[in-house]
Design a protein around this ligand. Structure first.
Ligand code: 5AD
Ligand code: SF4
Length: 467
């Protein structure tokens, strides 16, 4: 199972693995041992296509080397490319999309019996219980934290973004199903959940409207604040995170719910994209740099220890030097803990891809990218240094990949901490450490004490959640 792209895709991969395991397959340690390779693809930025077809070239050799080997390609890029995958790589057995994850095993069986198959659904099948991938069996990667889908699709029209085209329209998952899934996860020893959606602030707007149409006396509008409160008060849940909100829809009630629910972590991923009002308007983002900063100030007033991370795109068509300088200014003022910077990439089918006449010279973009990096790295490093000497609560992820003698974990602010523990700590342990050094992208610390041991007894191999 190889996954590209965002957490949404990683979560889909857990479902695909869960389905295949329910069907009798087991995870292979290497390609050599594998009978089936699944690629779960992403198409948000350039090069994904070239990389996919490159990988499929290698996989042809892998497939030819042994009778009975199969290749499955799913995810956003196949949703976008449809028949193209099979025509460019006819040795692929199954091509599926984002709306039929639940059909993985049937499709694989069909391909084994009848030959290669491409099945891409245009949209989600609404009355299907499998609509929300969380309702499928999962092969969760870790047993102490879990992703929970609260919404699929996206109704926004950001000019650069391919997501609405590949993930469909926005549909919220019923409130009680989400809370029940979180209760079930907590009963299995999960202590940290991350709520997933493309635009979580609007969660429940469609549910409220539908309920009112059916005559229920409920207030119209999103229900995300209440969801945070309810999920956050599930027994056993110590940390709640979510991604991603949209600044245009960020409301005070959500910030208040974050501040007033102790388990909701002090971390906000708050995608800025650009600081220039002119560019924000071309992007159809629905807010200004000033409004973004005002809301951020409110968030920090309510949660003084809030860590803020963001996404910024450099070189959107028509971005002038003045526009870019405004992005630098807003980024400096926002004082982010961490920033994901992206170079604009035209995605066929999006509005921005048609703005050829205004594409920015790559050399100019590269230079701007570096200038932005200097600004955001400086603020990240200062933020991290400011944590030196503090005692932080850490959830243990396991031994550091580089140095097995070092333990790695995350603070409530979602910062990576490397620290040395006197004895091995199991993943999922809560411990405290004193921060001894803040580096640009991580913290170092000294172990203080164990707060609690993990309660899950085993990895959750296949959790069938019928909620
Ligand atoms: N080009 C560059 N970056 C993009 N993103 C989304 N679409 C594009 C694109 N066409 C970035 C946005 C988004 C993040 C997940 O990816 O910043 O928030
Ligand atoms: Fe995630 Fe978007 Fe990539 Fe799909 S295209 S995997 S939704 S980032």
């Amino acid at each position: 199972m190889r996954t590209f792209g965002c957490q949404m895709n990683e979560h889909d991969s857990e479902r695909i693995s869960g389905l295949l395991e329910t069907d009798g397959l087991r995870r292979a340690e290497s390609d050599d041992d594998a009978d089936v390779v699944v690629l779960n693809t992403c198409c948000i930025r350039e090069n994904a296509d070239n990389k996919l077809y490159g990988t499929l070239g290698h996989l042809k050799t892998w497939k030819d080397a042994k009778e009975g080997r199969r290749i499955v390609v799913g995810g956003c890029l196949s949703q976008k490319d449809k028949d193209v995958v099979q025509s460019r790589a006819p040795w692929v057995d199954v091509v599926m999309g984002t709306h039929n994850v639940h059909r993985t095993t049937e499709l694989l069986h069909q391909a084994i019996e009848h030959g290669p198959i491409t099945e891409i659904l245009e949209e989600a099948v609404i009355d299907d219980h499998a609509l929300f991938p969380s309702a499928l069996p999962a092969r969760r990667e870790t047993s102490y934290n879990a992703w929970v889908t609260i919404q699929i699709g996206c109704d926004n029209t950001c000019a650069y973004c391919i997501v609405p085209a590949v993930r469909g329209k926005e549909i919220s998952r019923p409130f009680a199903d989400i809370v029940n899934e979180v209760r079930h996860l907590a009963s299995q020893g999960v202590t940290e959940v991350t709520l997933l959606g493309q635009n979580v602030n609007s969660y429940g707007r469609d549910l409220s409207l539908a309920a009112r149409r059916d005559g229920a006396d409920v207030s119209a509008g999103p229900q995300f604040a209440q969801l945070l409160r309810d999920v956050g008060s599930v027994d056993g849940i110590r940390r709640v995170r979510y991604t991603s909100p949209h600044p245009k829809d960020m409301r005070m009630d959500v910030l208040q719910a974050m501040a007033e629910t102790p388990s909701v972590c002090e971390h906000l991923h708050y995608p800025l994209q650009s600081g220039s009002n002119r560019v924000l308007s071309l992007m159809h983002r629905g807010y200004t740099g000033e409004r973004y900063l005002e809301r951020l100030a409110e968030a920090r007033r309510l949660m003084p220890d809030l860590a803020v991370t963001t996404d910024i795109i450099v070189g959107f068509p028509g971005e002038t030097e003045d526009d870019f300088v405004r992005t630098l200014e807003v980024a400096a003022e926002a004082d982010f803990d961490s920033t994901f910077t992206f170079i604009f990439s035209p995605r066929e089918g999006t509005e921005a891809a048609t703005m050829h006449d205004h594409f920015i010279d790559p050399a100019v973009v590269a230079e701007r990218f570096e200038r932005l990096r200097a600004v955001v790295e400086r603020s990240a490093w200062l933020k991290h240094q400011a944590r030196e000497g503090r005692i932080e609560e850490i959830i243990v992820e396991g031994p550091s990949r580089r140095n097995p003698g070092v333990t790695t974990g995350r603070t409530r602010q979602n910062k990576l901490v490397h620290f040395t523990a006197p004895h091995p700590l199991r993943p999922g342990t809560y411990a405290t450490a004193e921060i001894t050094r803040g580096a640009p992208h991580f913290l170092e610390g000294k172990f203080v004490e164990v707060l609690s041991e993990p309660t899950h007894k085993i990895r959750i191999p296949v959790a069938t959640v019928n909620v």
